[in-house]
Design a protein around this ligand. Structure first.
Ligand SMILES: [Mg+2]
Length: 365
């Protein structure tokens, strides 16, 4: 396998892994552990089960991850085609506004900003338990790129940022993760926890072992919390996950729940780090991440991002890859995240047709 194909395999694993974790958690997001066991048996859910009227249904977590990837690619296209940098955050904000448009009924393509490829996918025009913070912050945007001013720290930031770590390295990934999170959630912990996931993803992309990647993120987070003078919620949550994973205790839903329910940013991050660290393989890790009383689809999605990136597509059961909703489109985004940074150079590129096609797919706005 050439290096580009190998990277595609990992990126696809990361995004489809997240979608699969999201889809596994979707039918049990609002069930307690007792209710899950009552319905599915003591082991809980072990395979896709219908949600939102279909098998393998994704939720807002994957929808927003797709729009994050789209926004980043449009930012890159803008930079390469016009030499304009520094607008990444506003461009991702516009991508989230396009996602907001998909949540409205009736959907109006003409009203969405900048069009491009992603917004034309009809299956994305479906409400899948969208987060209240995201909907309300995006509904009242006055200027793209401006952070929201509230005290929300739901996990809606962490569950959507994996593409940032696929595209950017360490400190830059951390900053962009934080700044895009602040577009919808004003609490510093919501941004710091999302930034931490971006660092971990960027390290895993470079083949750094997960434990070490988490330690690097912890280091950056601790320094930032001190610099900002904020409570050490994210570093303490990461620390707790690391300590729990080091014990010899057999992973269980009860241990997962000892890290929190995952509705808030640092808890979703901690649960996902723990599940990924103790996982023997992709399936075991994502099933551990969804079978608990908390925010199953988000912890499933984040754990799926982490494990999918580590194992690649080949480590994910084939029937899940085939059954998860929008798998072709998600795979296309992952391939574009590898291909476009490598090949899109409009200045002096002999393949004008390719450049025109990419600009149409990801207009730089
Ligand atoms: Mg969701």
């Amino acid at each position: 396998m050439n290096s580009s194909r190998a990277i595609q395999e990992k990126f696809t694993g990361c995004l489809l892994g997240g979608a699969i974790g999201d889809a596994l958690g979707a039918p049990i997001e609002f069930l307690s552990l007792d209710q899950i066991r009552e319905q599915f048996g003591y082991a809980g859910i072990t395979d896709f089960y219908p949600a939102y009227g279909r098998l393998g249904a994704i939720t807002d977590d994957t929808q927003m991850t797709m729009f994050t990837a789209e926004g980043l690619l449009r930012g890159l296209v803008r930079y390469r085609s016009r030499g304009i940098s520094g607008a990444e955050i506003a461009i991702v904000h516009n991508a989230y506004l396009r996602w907001l448009e998909t949540q409205k009924s009736p959907f109006n393509l003409a009203r969405s900003i900048g069009n491009g490829w992603l917004i034309t996918i009809e299956a994305l025009r479906s409400r899948r338990g969208p987060g209240i913070s995201c909907i309300s912050a995006l509904t009242s945007v006055t200027s793209p790129g401006m952070p929201v001013s509230d005290d929300r720290k739901g996990c809606g930031t962490v569950m959507r940022v994996a593409p940032i770590g696929l595209l950017y390295d360490d400190d830059l990934a951390y900053r962009i993760g934080k700044e895009t999170s602040a577009l919808t959630h004003g609490h510093p912990t919501a941004s710091i926890a999302a930034g931490a996931l971006c660092v971990i993803i960027s390290q895993l992309r470079k083949e750094v072992p997960l434990n070490q990647a988490v330690m690097s993120a912890l280091d950056i987070v601790q320094q930032d919390e001190i610099k900002l003078g904020v409570v050490h919620e994210t570093s303490e949550a990461i620390d707790k996950a690391l300590s729990l994973a080091k014990t010899t205790r057999t992973p269980s839903p009860e241990l997962v729940e000892s890290l929190g329910a995952g509705w808030i940013a640092e808890e979703a991050l901690a649960v996902s780090i723990y599940c990924a660290l103790v996982a023997e393989d992709f399936s075991q890790g994502v099933l551990l991440a969804v079978n608990h009383s908390g925010d199953s689809d988000s912890t499933g999605a984040i754990t799926g991002n982490l494990l999918g990136l580590q194992y690649g597509q080949k480590g994910i059961p084939e029937h899940w890859l085939e059954q998860v909703e929008l798998h072709d489109e998600i795979r296309q985004l992952a391939i574009d995240l590898v291909d476009i940074p490598e090949n899109y150079f409009p200045d002096g590129n002999e393949n004008q047709e390719y450049c025109d096609r990419i600009f149409k797919k990801y207009p730089g706005v």
